[in-house]
Design a protein around this ligand. Structure first.
Ligand code: V47
Length: 372
């Protein structure tokens, strides 16, 4: 018989939680504090007293998109006043700004602009890589890789190889949304389905590219869909060990096709963070993306299973178009203060979780950060 006690025993002995365990943890009569305390045990076991951050920036080269995901406030039609497409000069200026502020990573995702050819997407990776070779380019979700494969007829593997040759270093975790077709068919029926998303990450991992994974929650899904999503990710991680970080993403309803839905509560955010930490026993890192959670909840999440706050960010549009009220950037001092206040030791990492060491001369990456 499953109970909180049987789950507690499993966590203490390092035994994997089942689908039914995950479902029980979502039950409202199971105290959030207990779920958080269990997640904190796993976080501590994997990452000690450390919490990570990086210095990064976002680039969304266009918001014009062929898809109409109902949860998205960022996309635009070509002829809308809101639609934009960045020029090479604008893109290079962003790289310059990132380099001047000491960023180690640029997170690049955007719309699928039907008039832009595959070559443009590869070109902008090359442009940035050649001009700023030290900037890690974490670019293109699996949905974008799928689109490139569709418009060229190339295999996913060939697209990933082209992009890597152009300068791509890893894949972000977006586009996963909710895998279960009961929900996916309602929120983003046109784009890459669950099987395709997973196949693309499997292929990337097979090529030695690391990636992240996300889950968009707080819209039409229920706890069964969320636990199903986590277990599909866990299964792939067992196979490839290519995921670095899992990022639960809270739905922001403003300006979307689901604006009648209320944003998930802080309690739901913390419960999902904790359950993610507990279910994904083979992921090293769980990220509390402060842009989306809000600063207070992200800081609290460091006691509910999260060991990473993402970075300084800057130029984020996807969440701000959907009503996020967080600032567009945080300084390194602010991020470090949030971590210290939460009782953790702040460590700057690069995208691949090497420690970053800074001096007057600039920055260099040190050893791989591993569990103590
Ligand atoms: O795939 C879109 C989500 C994702 C909304 O890999 C929305 O390090 C909430 O994946 N409300 C993109 N969410 C962001 C993303 C991400 C973020 C931070 C770090 C990393 C990483 C990846 O944002 C999309 C979608 O799931 N999204 N619209 C919205 N209205």
């Amino acid at each position: 018989m499953i109970s909180l006690d049987s789950i507690r025993d499993k966590v203490h002995s390092g035994e994997r939680l089942s689908f039914d365990d995950g479902m029980l943890l979502y039950r409202p009569d199971v105290p959030l504090h207990d779920v958080g305390a269990l997640a904190n045990i796993v976080r501590e076991r994997k990452n000690g007293n450390v919490a990570y951050y990086n210095i990064n920036t976002h680039l969304n080269p266009t918001n014009v998109c062929v898809y109409r995901c109902v949860f998205c406030a960022f996309r635009s039609d070509l002829r809308s006043d809101k639609g934009y497409l960045m020029s090479d000069d604008q893109i290079l200026a962003r790289g310059q700004e990132a380099t001047e502020m000491g960023a180690t990573e640029m997170h690049i995702v955007g719309g699928l602009h039907h008039q832009m050819k595959y070559d443009w997407y590869a070109h902008l990776i090359r442009l940035l890589h050649e001009a700023f070779p030290r900037l890690h380019l974490k670019a293109w979700t699996a949905v974008e890789i799928d689109w490139f494969s569709r418009i060229t007829g190339k295999s996913v593997r060939a697209v990933l190889e082209d992009m890597r040759e152009a300068g791509l270093n890893s894949l972000p975790g977006g586009g996963a949304e909710i895998f279960h077709s009961e929900v996916r068919d309602k929120i983003c029926e046109h784009k890459a389905d669950a099987g395709r998303w997973i196949e693309i990450h499997r292929t990337a991992h097979g090529l030695g590219l690391r990636s992240n994974a996300t889950m968009l929650y707080g819209h039409l899904e229920n706890s069964m869909h969320r636990i199903d999503h986590l277990i599909r990710l866990r299964d792939l991680q067992d196979e490839t060990h290519g995921f670095q970080t899992f990022i639960p993403l809270a739905f922001h309803p403003d300006n979307t096709g689901l604006s009648y839905i209320k944003k998930p509560s802080g309690l739901m955010d913390l419960r999902t963070m904790a359950i993610s930490r507990l279910m994904l026993d083979n992921f090293d890192h769980i990220k509390a993306y402060w842009i989306m959670l809000g600063i207070g909840t992200a800081q609290t999440a460091l006691a509910y299973g999260a060991d990473d706050l993402d970075g300084t960010v800057r130029h984020e549009r996807i969440y701000h178009d959907a009503g996020a009220t967080t600032p567009e950037t945080l300084s390194v001092e602010e991020i470090r203060r949030l971590i210290v206040e939460a009782g953790r030791e702040p460590i700057e990492r690069d995208t691949l979780y090497h420690r970053v060491e800074r001096s007057e001369a600039g920055w260099r990456t040190g050893e791989l950060v591993t569990a103590p």
